[in-house]
Design a protein around this ligand. Structure first.
Ligand code: ZN
Ligand code: ZN
Length: 368
């Protein structure tokens, strides 16, 4: 069948919205109709080359959809199911999956070349193969995705907004709940309050953190951070963020800091603002060759920790439902996260606005 899709033909090129052919689903694959795709910095990292991919490719790794057709052997979903697409379609069988760490899944490696699990590519145009992005490709109206990537959710959640559960919410909330396991009453800071950072903040409110300090260079983002639960805000363009974090905690430093940008300098700032026994969590994805430098003495005296969080340590098949329950109970903000919606044809404008820091989170709404 034919589908409208935004195709990226090379580094630093604009997206080309055009008609692409999508093949029927193969074994353990499903054809889905997208509801929405989130506009995320990780997509832009492919445009700029920070995340290396082959071209042409259909990006969009944050997505929600309805299952239209199932391929042979599919048992986990059926036609009509509303689903959130997992960025990491785990194999379910490797050592890490068996240990409850599907974000480390060894079976994911084969997606790096832009294929599905069986090595196939289901998109093509004029005889040319067009690659998948993490088996999601939510910037296509229709897509074939791995069965295990399609996680059914409660139909009461607005399906277009649910797209954010697939990346921004799970990464940000997950970093706080599942990776760092922030304890009630502890102090925390979030550096960079875009889509992921705002979710780290609302993760802090979910676990009843004490002070929640938001750090960013945009005042309007800091205002949004307050709406999501930040108790204090710091504009690091006008204020030294490390000193500010120390001042706000009576000189002690923060117990947890989440770096949600992916820059060596801000990881170092976060580490520098830690209290004794504190944990700095790198959430943002830095360029491959970036290095950080921290004083090892600080690790020893005070037993500070520097750790990473990948996909919020999320286990999609259990944790998406947990996040949905929190949303339905009115405890997790989802609708307020989507500050702007675009049509697929407006995708280049959507990324311009994201890069300009104009939106908390934008989505490409496929219901035009
Ligand atoms: Zn993302
Ligand atoms: Zn696995």
């Amino acid at each position: 069948m034919k589908t409208p899709a935004a195709v990226l033909y090379g580094l630093n090129q604009p997206f080309v919205v055009e008609e692409v052919e999508v093949d029927p689903p193969g074994p353990h694959q499903v054809l889905v109709e997208m509801a929405a795709g989130g506009v995320c910095h990780s997509d832009w990292s492919v445009v700029t080359g920070t995340i290396a991919k082959e071209f042409p490719i259909i990006l969009g790794h944050e997505g929600s959809a309805r299952v239209l057709e199932t391929g042979p052997g599919v048992t986990l979903v059926k036609a009509g199911d509303p689903v959130v697409l997992s960025v990491l379609p785990d194999c379910g069988a490797c050592r890490y999956c068996a240990n409850g760490r599907p974000n480390f899944c060894d079976g994911l490696l084969i997606y790096r070349g832009g294929t599905l699990a069986d090595g196939s590519i289901r998109f093509h145009r004029n005889g040319q193969r067009v690659r998948h992005f993490n088996g999601v490709s939510s910037f296509s109206r229709y897509a074939v995705v791995p069965e295990r990537a399609a996680v059914p959710i409660d139909p009461r959640v607005p399906l277009d907004k649910a797209a954010l559960l697939g990346c921004a919410v799970s990464t940000g909330v997950g970093a706080v709940l599942f990776t760092a396991k922030v304890t009630p009453g502890s102090t925390m800071a979030v550096i960079g309050v875009g889509g992921v950072g705002l979710n780290a903040i609302q993760g802090g409110t979910l676990v009843s953190a004490g002070k929640i300090i938001a750090v960013d260079v945009h005042d309007h983002k800091l205002e949004t951070a307050r709406e999501f639960g930040a108790t204090h805000v710091v504009n690091s363009r006008t204020t030294d963020p490390v000193q500010a974090m120390l001042d706000l905690t009576d000189g002690l430093g923060v117990d947890f800091v989440f770096e949600c940008i992916g820059r060596p300098e801000t990881v170092q700032q976060g580490f520098g603002a830690l209290a004794k026994g504190g944990t700095a969590v790198a959430v943002g994805i830095a360029p491959k060759d970036a290095l950080i430098s921290i004083p090892p003495q600080q690790l020893v005296y005070g037993e500070r920790r520097l750790i990473g969080s990948f996909y919020g340590s999320t286990r999609p098949r259990t944790d998406f439902a947990l996040l949905v329950d929190l949303y339905l109970a009115g405890r997790l903000k989802l609708d307020q996260l989507v500050t702007r919606e675009w049509k697929l044809s407006e995708i280049n404008e959507a990324f311009r606005a994201m890069n300009a820091g104009e939106v908390a989170r934008g989505i490409i709404n496929q219901y035009e």
